[in-house]
Each structure stands twice: as C-alpha cells, then as structure tokens.
Design a protein around this ligand. Structure first.
Ligand code: NAP
Length: 210
C-alpha cells in the first residue's frame, strides 16, 4: 500500500517506517529534518515540511492509500494546538484528494478512555504535567471523529522502547483505572500497520497495552 506518514522521525514513527517497509509498503514520510530519518530504502520517500503548514505536504497526500500519524511533541507545559491544528490540516488535505483511511495515535486517558492510564497518570501526570497536551489530544480526537474519513484512533498505554510483541491486548476495554499499563512502540507500530488490512476498528478508538 501507499502510505503517507506523519511523525516518521519520532520513536514510534521509526518503528512504523521499519516494519512498514518490511511489509512491502511504499512510504512517504513528512519530516521536518530529513537527516533524522537515517533510512535509505527504495520504497521510502521523504517530504520536507511541517504538519502546521498544509502547503508543505499537500501534493504528497494525493494518490496515497492511507495516512498514518504518530505526531507528538514535548511542549507539554504551555498551551499548544500542534496536535489538533496539525490533524485538522491532515484531514482537510485528505478530503481534498479523496484519501479516506486515517490511522492516528493519541493516548489512553483521552475522552471516553479518561482515567484508563491508571491512578498515577489520572491524579498527577495528566493534571500537573500533561494537562494542555491532553486537552489538545482531546480536540485532535474530536476532529477526527467528526470527519467523514475511515478513521481509527489508536490509544496506547505508557510507551516503552521494548521489543515488538504479538500478544498485546487491544480494544475498548483495555487499560486500567489503577495501574499504568505499558506497551512498546514497536507493538503499537505493528498494530497500526495491521489496521491497514483490517476493517474491524474503522471509526473506533481501541486502546492497546501489554
Ligand atoms: N510517551 C508515552 O508514554 C505515550 C503514551 C501514549 C501515547 N503517546 C503518544 O504517542 C505518540 C507517539 O509518541 P512518540 O514517543 O513516538 O513521539 P515522538 O518520538 O516525540 O515523535 C513525534 C513525531 O512528531 C513529529 N512532529 C512534531 N511536530 C511536528 C510538526 N509540526 N510537523 C511535522 N512533524 C512533527 C516529530 O518530528 P521531529 O523529529 O522533527 O521532532 C516526530 O517525528 C505521541 O502522540 C504521544 O503523545 C505517548
């Protein structure tokens, strides 16, 4: 499949690139700094741009089969709209070119998965450190959900750099109100790529944890 990837230079994004190429997909990655990707492959193309500037990636979305997003950032403690504005730009460009399939990572703890990242995140990390980030993630999800796209929102537990597993849990009942459940970025990438060939989570927002 032809995939347009946002976040390919990030920790999860690099796993999506690696596993996506292994599966034979043709990937076009939107990157701010092409030197960060460090992968040379005939099926990998980069587009230098910024998700906040639609003109920088507009044409690259044309003709793609799906858009995958592992967009994230570290500007936690100030109000930002990078995730929601960036995602609105993606949705607009997908609508413009009739690209229907969007698979986007957000997080457990957002919207109707509230409290499911465990007590520590619910009582401390989200309200004290990640409040603005999670407000933006909530807006990001709402924009996706009200779109006419064939979307899947993937809500991971706490991310690790551990190995890819295939026996992870996914679905609407995943997560815990007490404990913080983990999942490796490699497993999230695996699940995300599986969604390209699976219709069961279209217009759904499964959680994913070990
Ligand atoms: N950490 C956790 O425990 C956890 C738990 C649940 C969910 N999540 C979510 O999972 C997602 C992926 O996490 P991660 O650790 O893989 O993130 P990450 O390593 O920070 O990667 C984020 C990616 O987004 C890109 N990006 C940021 N701003 C951009 C812009 N304006 N235009 C284009 N690209 C931009 C970054 O590009 P650059 O390389 O240029 O910066 C990078 O490729 C995030 O949304 C995160 O919030 C994280």
């Amino acid at each position: 499949m032809k995939i347009f990837l946002i976040g390919g230079t990030g920790k999860t994004g690099r796993e999506i690139v690696k596993q996506g190429l292994e599966r034979g997909h043709i990937i076009t990655a939107l990157v701010r700094n092409p030197n960060k990707l460090k992968v040379n492959h005939p099926n990998l193309k980069t587009v230098k741009g910024n998700v906040l500037i639609p003109a920088s990636f507009d044409m690259a979305v044309k003709g793609q089969d799906a858009v995958l997003s592992s967009l994230g950032h570290k500007r936690f403690i100030v109000p930002t709209r990078i995730l929601s504005k960036g995602t609105k730009n993606i949705i607009d460009v997908m609508n413009k070119y009739g690209v229907k399939r969007l698979i986007c990572i957000t997080s457990l703890g957002v919207n109707d998965s509230r409290f499911k990242l465990g007590l520590y995140y619910t009582l401390f990390t989200i309200p004290v450190i990640l409040l603005f980030y999670f407000l933006d993630k909530s807006k990001q999800e709402k924009l996706i959900m009200k779109s006419d796209l064939d979307w899947t929102i993937i809500r991971p537990g706490q991310l690790t750099n551990g190995k890819k597993r295939s026996n992870y849990k996914h679905g609407s009942n995943v997560g815990s109100y007490v404990l913080t459940k983990m999942i490796s970025r490699a497993s999230v990438a695996h699940f995300m790529l599986d969604q390209l060939e699976d219709q069961s989570y279209i217009r759904k927002s499964p959680g994913i944890t070990n």
